[in-house]
Write a new protein. Structure first.
Length: 242
């Protein structure tokens, strides 16, 4: 903790979706290689990895927030403190309502991600979606390579809505070495303190600095990430079949 503030990474993926590290490996790296106090596992359309990390967390230094990154009809929405998986493909406002119904908080990750990168950004997918969705926060720091301008646009949008939206940072890590390279700063040290700070809009966001090494590591991992993403989607489709 520095000056009464601690750090959290609110956007981490595991092998439960398209990440390359297991929940245990994520916990080990976050505990031993970073100064993070809290991490949130936010796999795509599943809470399995987050729930596993929560079960294992007692043996590690960091606290775990159960999250999920839901693919809505308007782009992605992260649900924090949301332990029940939400059906993908719903309108973003309905997805947020379902997150809130289970006591969670809703965050817009990488909202201005360019369309050529992927149609995952809430605002880029459908202009006006940010204004129409009852979000609790917006991710203004994301460590995915080539999202520098998207981060700047997200910060500008937050400044126009700072009274109603918390600003947060999440690495969007698909590999351990990226964990903590973007983060949320909050007064206190616990997951409960983090939640209170998001609700009070007193969080700060930090990162990411430029790193050629991180960009190269991502480039090398892209084939594996895509393979895991396809496999996760196939598992999801199989589970929905009668």
């Amino acid at each position: 903790m520095r000056n009464g503030y601690s750090s959290a990474d609110l956007h981490i993926h595991t092998t439960a979706s398209d990440g390359t590290a297991t929940p245990a490996e994520v916990l080990t790296w976050a505990s031993e290689r970073t100064d993070l106090s809290v991490i949130a596992i936010a796999d795509h359309n599943t809470v399995e990895g987050a729930l596993e990390a929560e079960r294992l967390a007692a043996g590690y230094r960091v606290e775990v927030v159960v999250g999920q990154e839901v693919e809505t009809a308007h782009g992605h929405v992260i649900g924090l403190w949301a332990p029940t998986a939400i059906e993908p493909g719903l309108p973003a406002p309905e997805t947020v309502e379902r997150i809130h119904a289970q006591g969670g908080l809703a965050i817009a990750p990488h909202p201005f991600a360019p369309e050529w990168w992927h149609r995952h950004g809430l605002e880029r997918f459908d202009r006006g979606a940010l204004d129409l969705t009852p979000l609790d926060g917006i991710e203004v720091a994301n460590s995915t390579p080539l999202l520098f301008l998207a981060n700047l646009r997200a910060r500008a949008y937050w400044r126009s809505r700072r009274d109603t939206l918390a600003r947060v940072g999440g690495s969007d890590a698909h590999m351990p070495s990226v964990i903590g390279t973007s983060r949320t700063l909050f007064p206190g040290s616990t997951a409960a303190d983090l939640r209170a700070a998001i609700e009070a809009r007193t969080t700060r966001a930090w990162g990411p600095g430029f790193s050629a090494t991180r960009t190269l590591r991502y480039a090398r991992k892209v084939p594996e990430i895509r393979m895991r993403d396809r496999a996760a989607r196939e598992r999801a489709e199989d589970s929905r079949r009668p």
